[in-house]
Design a protein around this ligand. Sequence first.
Ligand code: AMP
Length: 137
Amino acid sequence: MSMNNKYIIIIGCGRLGRVLTGRFSSQGHSLVVVDSNAEKFSLLGSDFSGFTIEGDAIEMAVLIQARIDKADALLAVTNNDNINLMVAQVAKDIYMVPQVMARVYDPKREIIYKNLNVSTVCPMLLAADEFFKLGQG
Ligand code: AMP
């Protein structure tokens, strides 16, 4: 993904969201992080310079507050496939966000995301690939 000074929304400030926030932040991008649990924001690195929004990402008002209409990229990385799918769909279909990515736990759902033109990462499949590679050694 090549991104220069983009406006990026990260949905979910859990373990994955925080790592992504740190990485994109260090590249100089403008970030907004959304989480329904405000306590998660205190776990962000001290160098985080973006905005945080406490709210349920399933609510349109929260996405509008995050300025989804201006986003260059959105990463839906909550721990809930349904939320990630819904937010990704809104981002693609209604707000035409150029780059939409989502974590998807259930590999069977990946086809739905593909039809939405959303890039997916399935942690279980990645882990399976790694274990399989290790097992070949
Ligand atoms: P993790 O699995 O550690 O990457 O954490 C997932 C994060 O997603 C947690 O911080 C949750 O609070 C957050 N999360 C789950 N559901 C929602 C939601 N509907 N809206 C915003 N954040 C959510």
